[in-house]
Design a protein around this ligand. Structure first.
Ligand SMILES: Nc1ncnc2c1ncn2[C@@H]1O[C@H](COP(=O)(O)OP(=O)(O)OP(=O)(O)O)[C@@H](O)[C@H]1O
Length: 241
């Protein structure tokens, strides 16, 4: 799926624009990182893409279809957000199958089909025997892999990740980066990651969009940004990490 973000503008309560005519195209199958300091507008942009916030102006297109006003639930996007923790009272298998169970009408797979899909995802995250555990019985890294599997269960058209590793310690964070990237590649889903961590963005993403004060300063591959920063801000932000 290709996502076209076309001159998106957003402000809150009449204050200065948090996003100021942001345009960006996320290509089919690519892993794109939104990188920038706190307050630069990354999460606001991701929430707009998810349909959790409405823009004041501009258009979002998914494979050419205008989805700007489509409700979040109808977008069929997978989300791994800090605020969407695993359901503590459900087993790992039930957590992964949740999105399939709540699908409506003909979209909802039968129980055996749901069970098969959950088993497939448990294999994918290399936790085939842990479906009966509860989240509290898993390590932080394992919980994060289950959150990825839960987001991928519905075969999302876009995968949105908001600082998915922020609660984890440094070593686990580093290990997970590779497995998140591997999962995205295996499934072939277009993915957008919000992070303020330059090393994380550079390791995971095909391209990185550097945000500052509600605009995108530069978009490019990690090598482009490192070798040809287009502004002092980008040079300092990349170099400072
Ligand atoms: N619901 C809201 N109401 C009012 N202001 C908001 C709201 N959400 C975000 N903002 C403001 O918008 C600006 C950008 O916030 P945003 O969370 O998008 O930045 P960010 O780059 O994701 O930062 P962080 O990494 O700290 O989450 C901030 O100044 C924030 O205070």
């Amino acid at each position: 799926m290709t996502l076209e973000i076309d001159r998106i503008t957003k402000s809150f309560d009449g204050d200065a624009a948090v996003l100021n005519e942001v345009s960006l195209t996320v290509k089919d199958g690519e892993f794109l990182a939104l990188l920038g300091p706190s307050g630069s507008g990354k999460t606001t942009l991701l929430n707009l893409i998810a349909g959790l916030t409405k823009p004041d102006g501009g258009t979002l297109r998914l494979d050419g279809d205008d989805i700007t006003t489509r409700p979040a639930g109808a977008r069929r996007f997978g989300m791994v957000f800090q605020s969407y923790a695993l359901f503590r009272h459900m087993t790992v298998a039930d957590n992964i199958g949740f999105g399939l169970r709540v699908l409506k009408g003909k979209d909802r797979p039968t129980k055996p089909a749901r069970r098969a899909r959950v088993a497939e995802l448990l294999d994918l995250i290399e936790m085939p025997d842990l479906g009966d555990r509860y989240p509290a019985q898993l390590s932080g890294g394992q919980q994060q892999r289950v959150a990825m599997a839960r987001a991928l269960a519905i075969s999302p058209r876009l995968l949105l990740l908001d600082e998915p590793f922020s609660a984890l310690d440094a070593q686990v964070r580093r290990n997970l980066r590779g497995s998140v990237r591997d999962l995205q590649q295996k499934v072939g889903v277009t993915a957008i990651l919000v992070t303020h961590d330059q090393a994380e963005a550079f390791e995971i993403a095909d391209r990185v969009a550097v945000m500052n004060g509600g605009i995108i300063e530069q978009v490019g591959t990690p090598a482009d940004l490192a070798e040809r920063p287009s502004s002092d801000f980008v040079r300092d932000f990349i170099g400072a990490a």
